[in-house]
Design a protein around this ligand. Structure first.
Ligand SMILES: Nc1ncnc2c1ncn2[C@@H]1O[C@H](COP(=O)(O)OP(=O)(O)OP(=O)(O)O)[C@@H](O)[C@H]1O
Ligand code: SF4
Ligand SMILES: [Mg+2]
Length: 638
């Protein structure tokens, strides 16, 4: 099979850019070097420290800096430099352990809360709010007071203090990533929730978490120092910067300068953690390939070819039969019916176009068919393996099996691919998750086959999505959709984000794949010119209802509904010498509050009195055409 390919745009990897940006930020770089040195000092304390931190010599108490004691001695004549070095080990290790502990508690809380929402979210987040309403030091003091003094108890107390801010951040990020199309893509191929949380959501939450964690290290250091200062943290003779500060304060008149040494160390380290956090935030916000580019105009379509005769609409078995489908969403004003009593069927190897203006309910219908959304009413009969299953009522187990046979191609080729996954991972995910193809080599062979099938270079399987053009990304999305050998593909505006020439290539590819693989398509678009060359039949939707359903050529030749006529007039003209089409006047009606009678009547040039009060039924006219207009028979709209 030969298919057209389009040119690619290659960009460099995101992580390289992030590091380059971090290096360019002098403050962040200095902080990184300082913290790296501090870690080396803490790790190598046994080698570096000139003396043991507990080695006493009371005769030499409060000595100033000298060659023997570079930072002087404390009240018991111990070497301050050595105690600072060992104290760094305790303070840095405690901060790290505290932040890791807090993350371990906050991660599952935030992920579950953001992913599942609803009551779980409410319960968890209200508890976090309650904890956050208390000042951190007071809370830590209270917990440490209950648990008793000591390093371990101090660390537990500080971890609990840090949990709410981490959990809130993770929950917020999860909520945002949960809505991303590439997560919906993972759900649509039947990936288990745990897998999606670990492999799809977590990596996208990691960057902001890293920034927050670096800043939290500074907070943990301060709280640990404060608790130690108050006698609740590290116990003597073990040194920590906080306990040294406390001791120096007790002897402020004998050795006041001793206050400055741990004080400056704490301040400098906290500043360094904060500067690193800020630097990471700037570097990561611009890097990592998460930036979105939405491209493409929506012009008329040229160059789409349909080879071979169109199959008769009556040929072949019915793969999808939708009856009485309705969907209501809850809103402040009560339930809002956005899809109202829709019905259509599609035979094997055929394409039904679902066309209408923005907000008419097309995507909602597509999502119901894949059960990404539960319909309020209606039946969705899907023929699979010789059986007919009502998708609307399928249970979890049936759905898992069904999802292998129906796939979604998304509108936005930029949002639908996870920017952190290579092409191999994206296309191989359904093979691994839904087909259980664990062997990497076997998966690689299949991914290469799929890439070749959609006209992409199989050598590019280790590239990330940002290294491809819009058309190429859509091909990757199609390859992912084909991986499970589906019978039905719901293509939700698969070309509207692409340039006109690329649109034609993708439509040709979809047509070719349909012929080669016997695929059945529900093709959603808001532009009739896009669907003309790929659809056998077209259903025109207006405010949640089908207003006309006919064979494609019939519909173009003799539209019977005034709204279809308006859509045809509004369609872009491929020939620049032709005048542009008329635009439909007026705004599309609000589905939550549609006009009485025929919903199109405020915009219809043929409106009569009865149109304002009586809802027109979807009636069958000649052949298999169905129209919902009181005046369908009498109007000449050709
Ligand atoms: N989750 C939701 N909650 C509430 N209302 C929703 C939800 N999803 C969609 N809607 C509403 O349902 C109506 C139909 O939306 P839908 O996305 O199906 O339209 P569409 O025809 O696909 O539009 P477009 O061409 O812009 O993609 C819109 O009024 C939309 O605001
Ligand atoms: S029913 Fe009346 S208002 Fe509605 S499309 Fe037909 S003529 Fe126009
Ligand atoms: Mg849509």
């Amino acid at each position: 099979m030969t298919v057209a390919t389009d040119a690619g745009v290659v960009a460099s990897s995101g992580s390289g850019h992030t590091w380059a940006r971090l290096r360019a930020d002098r403050g962040a770089l200095a902080a990184l070097v300082f913290l790296a040195l501090l870690c080396c000092v803490a790790l190598g304390a046994d080698l570096i420290a000139p003396a043991h931190p507990s080695q006493l010599d009371v005769r030499r108490a409060f000595e100033g800096p000298s060659a023997e004691h570079l930072l002087g001695t404390d009240d018991l004549g111990r070497d301050v430099m050595s105690r600072m070095i060992y104290g760094a080990r305790v303070s840095v290790r405690a901060s790290l352990q505290v932040v890791i502990g807090a993350l371990l508690i906050a991660l599952p809380l935030g992920l579950v809360s953001g992913f599942f929402g609803g009551r779980i979210d409410n319960l968890l987040m209200r508890s976090m709010d309650a904890l956050m309403s208390l000042p951190p030091l007071i809370l830590a003091l209270a917990i440490a007071g209950v648990l008793g003094p000591g390093l371990t108890n101090t660390m537990i107390a500080i971890s609990i203090v840090l949990v709410p801010s981490f959990a809130r951040l993770i929950r917020g990020q999860t909520l945002a990533v949960r809505e991303e199309v590439f997560v919906e893509a993972s759900i649509s191929i039947g990936s288990p929730t745990g897998w999606i949380l670990r492999r799809r959501i977590l990596p996208n939450v990691a960057s902001p978490l890293l920034v927050q964690a670096s800043i939290a290290l500074g907070t943990a250091l301060i709280v640990e120092a404060s608790l130690s200062y108050l006698g609740l943290g590290i116990q003597p003779p073990q040194p920590s910067w906080g306990s040294m500060l406390r001791r120096a304060y007790d002897d402020v008149f004998a050795g006041g300068w001793l206050l400055f040494i741990p004080g400056i160390a704490i301040a400098a380290t906290v500043l360094a953690f904060n500067a690193l956090g800020e630097g990471l935030r700037d570097a990561l916000a611009l890097g990592s390939g998460t930036l979105r580019h939405r491209g493409g105009g929506r012009l008329g379509l040229t160059g789409v070819r349909r080879s071979g005769p169109a199959p008769s609409p009556d040929e072949g078995e019915v793969v999808l039969d939708v009856r009485g489908l309705s969907v209501e969403f809850d809103s402040a004003a009560g339930p809002q019916r956005v899809v109202d009593d829709i019905g259509f069927s599609i035979r094997r190897g055929q394409t039904l176009g679902l066309v209408g203006e923005s907000g008419s309910g097309k995507t909602t219908v597509g999502r119901c068919i894949l059960r990404a959304l539960d319909p309020t009413d209606g039946e969705i009969h899907f023929r699979v393996d010789g059986n007919i299953v009502d998708v609307a009522r399928a249970d979890h187990g049936q759905l898992k099996n069904l999802r292998r046979h129906m796939q979604l191609i998304f509108q936005d080729p930029y949002a639908s691919l996870n920017p952190r996954m290579t092409v191999f991972d994206i296309v191989g995910e359904p093979l691994f998750v839904s087909m259980g193809m664990k062997d990497r080599a076997q998966r690689e062979t299949r991914v290469r086959e799929l890439l070749a099938q959609v006209g992409l270079n199989p050598q590019h399987l280790q590239r990330y999505p940002h290294a491809f053009s819009g058309g190429q990304r859509q091909r990757i999305g199609i390859a992912r959709g084909l991986a499970l050998n589906p019978r039905l593909i719901v293509a939700d505006e698969p070309v509207s984000a692409l340039d006109v020439s690329v649109q034609a290539q993708i439509l040709n590819l979809l047509g070719q794949l349909q012929r080669d693989l016997g695929l059945t398509y529900l093709f959603i678009a808001h532009d009739l010119s896009v669907v003309r060359h790929i659809c056998d039949r077209i259903a025109v939707m207006y405010v949640g209802r089908i207003v006309e359903l006919a064979q494609t050529e019939e519909l173009f030749r003799t539209p019977r509904h005034p709204y279809t006529r308006s859509l045809l007039d509004a369609a872009p003209v491929p020939d620049p010498s032709q005048p542009p089409g008329d635009f439909i006047e007026g705004e599309v009606a609000d589905p939550g509050n549609p006009p009485p009678g025929c919903a199109f009547h405020p915009r219809c040039p043929f409106v009569q009195d009865r149109c304002r009060s009586q809802v027109p039924e979807l009636r069958q006219l000649e052949g298999k055409r169905r129209v919902s207009c009181h005046r369908a028979e009498e109007l000449d709209l050709a």
